[in-house]
Write a protein that binds this ligand. Structure first.
Ligand SMILES: [Zn+2]
Length: 264
């Protein structure tokens, strides 16, 4: 699945790795690189810490000093990639289950821009990987399939009226799958626009500071545009749901997709 395992490729797939979504072979390849590359290794650790901190975004209890110290000691001590992964797998579920707040000094890093860059990179990488859909069908079937699977209503936007350069038939919903955007659960919807794939990620946007260098107002919403790896992404919020729309279409067409999504 991964054609190249340079540092760029590694860093794009850190989330996939930490989420345990890799096939065995891809994972082995990833870890081989990590063992040889201190730079990527430290990025993976940093990202694992992020995930911990963000999981704990709603502060209720403080993490016990003992666990915090244990985590910090593990980070200081371990060097090999395989150990990093073991550490992540061991600590993360435990911390999540306990609903603990982990304070490790990473929160100040969470500025709006870097956070959204990471969201953009994450959704584009996931869209480009093009994993099989778990549900295929029209709007009503897809909506029903997501009910109870995610914590927000999934109402697939209709792109019937969105014209592309090649044709005027709009984009047709193909189906969807469960996924995540960074640390949070997300619904992924895939559309086909004359052979061009359009991906729509929906997620709970609370405490997610959306932002990007380029901002446009579409239908009274602030919409943030970003680009990565040849794809465009638009980030915005509508009726309490976060959206990331991504495709290889140009920015005008992206605006049309956003406009069709937001309530007017
Ligand atoms: Zn590297």
């Amino acid at each position: 699945m991964m054609r190249e395992m340079g540092c760029d490729g590694i860093q794009r797939f850190i989330d996939t790795y930490l989420d345990g979504e890799f096939a065995e072979r891809d994972r082995a390849e990833f870890e081989t690189h990590l063992q040889l590359c201190a730079k990527c290794q430290s990025k993976v650790k940093q990202q694992a810490m992020w995930k911990l901190a963000i999981k704990a975004a709603a502060p209720r209890e403080l993490v016990p000093a003992s666990l915090r110290n244990k985590v910090m000691r593990s980070i200081a001590k371990e060097s090999a990639a395989v150990q990093t992964r073991r550490w992540v797998m061991r600590i993360m579920p435990a911390a999540a289950a306990a609903g603990l707040v982990v304070i490790m000094g990473v929160a100040p890093l969470m500025n709006r821009l870097s956070w959204s860059r990471a969201v953009s990179a994450d959704v584009i990488a996931k869209h480009q990987r093009n994993l099989p859909l778990e549900i295929s069908g029209g709007s009503e079937q897809v909506k029903q399939w997501y009910a109870g699977k995610v914590d927000f209503p999934v109402k697939p936007p209709s792109f019937d009226q969105v014209a592309s350069k090649q044709m005027s038939g709009g984009a047709k919903l193909r189906g969807g799958r469960l996924t995540n955007v960074r640390d949070r659960q997300a619904a992924y919807l895939q559309y086909d626009m004359n052979g061009e794939r359009v991906g729509v990620f929906m997620f709970d946007p609370s405490q997610l500071p959306l932002g990007a260098k380029s901002k446009r107002v579409v239908g009274n919403r602030d919409v943030y545009f970003d680009q990565e790896n040849g794809s465009n992404v638009a980030l915005f919020e509508d009726r309490g749901v976060g959206y990331a729309i991504t495709s290889d279409l140009d920015q005008d067409q992206m605006v049309s997709l956003v406009s069709a999504t937001v309530s007017h």
